[in-house]
Design a binder for this molecule. Structure first.
Ligand code: HEC
Ligand code: HEC
Length: 187
């Protein structure tokens, strides 16, 4: 017991120092991705609570130039693997803020029906909170979700294994609108 307590005490300062270093680095991201990775800008995604593997995979795709964005690409270009891993750990551990918007019950029912019809839950998880390299969708910025779904459908948003590009093909513009509305208001 005592030995464990001593070990824990000894370990605490190192963990605290690590957290501060990661926080300091993440301050660079806050201007665009919001405090603790909770975006307040409609076109920019929240990162809080995303699976660590999803964050690292996306950063590598931006760095390699496979996924492109005029704002994000230059940031990713200079990141070392160690930074990328640290950002994955840091943002996956941040608490997602409650969704900033609500939608009406009829739209919720329609949105839920679409996520079942198109198997979104099979990959993104029963609660659509993501897993491994697959992103969390709940509480994400509505504009961002809409743009990405349109991008996958048009083949302009790169994805690693083609699964999401395929999943977006049957979606109509109206489905995309309902899904973006539903997912962004979901907790
Ligand atoms: C100048 C603004 C800006 C800064 C600073 C910035 N980002 Fe981004 N980031 C963006 C935008 C805009 C996107 C969405 C790009 C798109 O639409 O495809 C993005 C996308 C991402 C994504 C993909 C998220 C997803 O859901 O697909 C990750 C991960 C990411 N950024 C991590 C970071 C990290 C880590 C930092 C800090 C080192 C950072 N960003 C700094 C603007 C920025
Ligand atoms: C076969 C598995 C699969 C299915 C089914 C699927 N997705 Fe995805 N989805 C993925 C993967 C994998 C990614 C990450 C793609 C990448 O960037 O490499 C993704 C990415 C996304 C993104 C981008 C989010 C972000 O933060 O960048 C959105 C939005 C999305 N999916 C919505 C949906 C919706 C809505 C459905 C149902 C209509 C759906 N997905 C069905 C696997 C799937």
């Amino acid at each position: 017991m005592l030995a464990t307590a001593v070990l824990l005490l000894a370990a605490t300062p190192a963990i605290a120092a690590d957290a501060t270093a990661a926080e300091k680095k993440a301050a660079l991201c806050a201007a665009c991705h919001g405090p603790s990775g909770n975006s307040t800008i409609p076109a920019n995604p929240s990162l809080a609570g995303q699976p660590s593997q999803f964050i690292t995979t996306q950063l590598i795709m931006f760095r390699d130039g496979r996924r492109k964005d005029p704002q994000m690409s230059p940031i990713a270009a200079s990141l070392a693997n160690a930074d990328i891993n640290e950002f994955g750990k840091y943002f996956s551990a941040q608490k997602p803020a409650p969704p900033a918007r609500k939608t009406d019950p009829a739209k919720v029912a329609e949105g839920r029906r679409l996520t079942e019809q198109y198997n979104c839950t099979a990959c993104h998880g029963a609660e659509l909170k993501g897993q491994q390299h697959i992103p969390r969708l709940v509480g994400q910025q509505m504009d961002y979700l809409r743009t990405q779904l349109r991008g996958f459908k048009a083949g302009t948003r790169f994805d690693m294994d083609g699964n999401m590009t395929s999943a977006a093909q049957p979606l109509s513009e109206k489905d995309i609108e309902v899904l973006a509305d539903y997912l962004s208001a979901l907790q």
